[in-house]
Design a protein. Sequence first.
Length: 323
Amino acid sequence: MSASGGGKAIIAAFLANIGIALAKFIAWALSGSASMLAEAIHSVADSGNQLLLLLGGRKARKAADRSHPFGYGRERYVYAFVVSIILFSVGGLFAIYEGIEKLTHPHALDPKWWWLPLVVLVIAIGLESFSLRTAMKESNRVRENGQSWLSFIRRAKAPELPVVLLEDMGALTGLVFALLGVGLTVITGNPVFDALGTLFIGALLIVIALVLGFETKSLLVGEGATEADHDRILDAITGGPEVQKLIHMKTLYLGPDELMVAAKIALTQDKSVREAADDIDEIERRIRAAVPVARVIYLEPDVYRPSLDPEPPTDAFVLKSAD
């Protein structure tokens, strides 16, 4: 997987979740804690999600063919969207069901093993913190200077790192809920706190799943270049003497690491075909130097005619360029 895909972060999260899930299942089986069962299912769902992200990254590397001439880069978006569905259903809904079940039919923790869930949760918090640290370290390699984490999660074109970041942050928060629920149950002897912890875990997972689903849906539908890259491309096109006017331009991410740029450019009328071709080659070189992920570029040379090429609406994103 490419550097932007955060393969190291995915593998770290997968290994942590496998170990944590096993420990949680053992703690649940011995203590009967509903929060531990919800957290165990959460960790199993997260482990499956990491495998799906790795599978999506592998499928996205398939070479372009006749049926998919622009390649399979969007496979990564598809699998990230599936991850959000799994978090919502397997993780969130199951935890809420289990919490409601324990509220209506409460039962106390096994007195011999009351301490085990607390030990497992503390260890799990340590492992999840390591996984989150790895994800943040990998994200910092591609996160722009000064960009907030919220902006990174919303704007990142590679879906794997935002998914792992949200999963790890959600896992840590869920572990805190579980620790509070189990701890209060141990202190007061009231199993309702354990059930409430389970409900909070379920609600948290559903919120994370919805955020992931909406963000990934936007990538699946098709997003253009970021505002910063858009401006760099405009400067690259209009920054030389070749272009008389940029008539219009569109960009589209074909995959996390591949941006398509299509533009209609006005050249002077006295250029020969050879000169126009040389100009286009030079413009493409500048675009790729300014935005390396702009790998698919289509430039249509034309003559600017105001009557046939009216100015686009003033609020159109493309039109920082037409002036």
